[in-house]
Design a protein around this ligand. Structure first.
Ligand code: ADP
Ligand code: MG
Length: 218
């Protein structure tokens, strides 16, 4: 379960403090599918970054399975993130000098996950990329790159999957494929799925929608 307790974010914008997320309190039960929607600049990525512990709130706390992640040091936070959270970005963030297979396997090797090679192959199978494992990101379409990023995000079998406009940079067909994969993963692995999207159709499939405007829930 994820609990946000009066989480807010204020940044310095020139000489002025600017609140980009006003205090937000909500609880996300395990296995829920949450869509975060709202216009560009409304604070969606900020909220997702706070949920992932990639960014620290100005006030309030983020509690994941009873642990206040805002009170953790860097090492403990990195460990918790590694165990519990998978993250998919709009622009894939693959390492260009590594093949699809290596992009998935190398982080597992670094973390000491058992059988990284077999696991990477199984994950690439799961996202339908068996035949593309030894291609470099530049040799893959956007949709294929996002599927590699999804396989990488699933490497530790995370109970929580966060995705920031994962279809935002894809054409309709590839976007649909990624969404189908995300929904299948959510259903089959019973993953908590928190998805930032502009797609009304996708948002309508979620259990819960959080609509933001100017950093406030509307
Ligand atoms: P969204 O993902 O909904 O498009 P963001 O969460 O990225 O919105 O950003 C919300 C607002 O906060 C935007 O106006 C953005 O320019 C601003 N913002 C985000 N991060 C910073 C920062 N570090 N410093 C100043 N402004 C920021
Ligand atoms: Mg954003």
């Amino acid at each position: 379960m994820i609990e946000l307790r009066a989480v807010s974010k204020t940044v310095q914008s020139g000489a002025e403090p600017l609140t980009i997320l006003h205090p937000l309190t909500t609880t996300i039960p395990d296995g829920q599918f949450v869509a975060i929607v709202g216009p560009s600049g409304s604070g969606k990525s900020t909220l997702l970054g706070l949920l992932a512990g990639l960014d620290a709130p100005t006030s309030g706390s983020v509690v994941i399975d009873g642990v206040d992640i805002t009170a953790l040091g860097e090492d403990d936070l990195a460990k918790l993130r590694g165990e519990k959270i998978g993250f998919v970005f709009q622009f894939f963030h693959l390492i260009p000098s590594l093949t699809a297979y290596e992009n998935v396997a190398v982080p597992m090797e670094i973390r000491g996950t058992p059988n990284p090679g077999a696991r990477a192959r199984a994950l690439l199978d799961e996202v339908g990329l068996t035949g593309r494992a030894h291609h470099y990101p530049s040799q893959l379409s956007g949709g294929e790159q996002q599927r590699v990023a999804l396989a990488r995000a699933l490497a530790n079998d995370p109970p929580i999957l966060l995705a920031d406009e994962p279809t935002g940079n894809l054409d309709t067909k590839n976007g649909r494929h990624i969404m189908d994969l995300l929904r299948t993963i959510h259903q089959e692995r019973n993953t908590t799925l928190i998805l930032v999207t502009h797609d009304q159709e996708l948002a309508a499939m979620a259990d819960v929608r959080i609509a933001l405007r100017d950093g406030r829930v509307v």
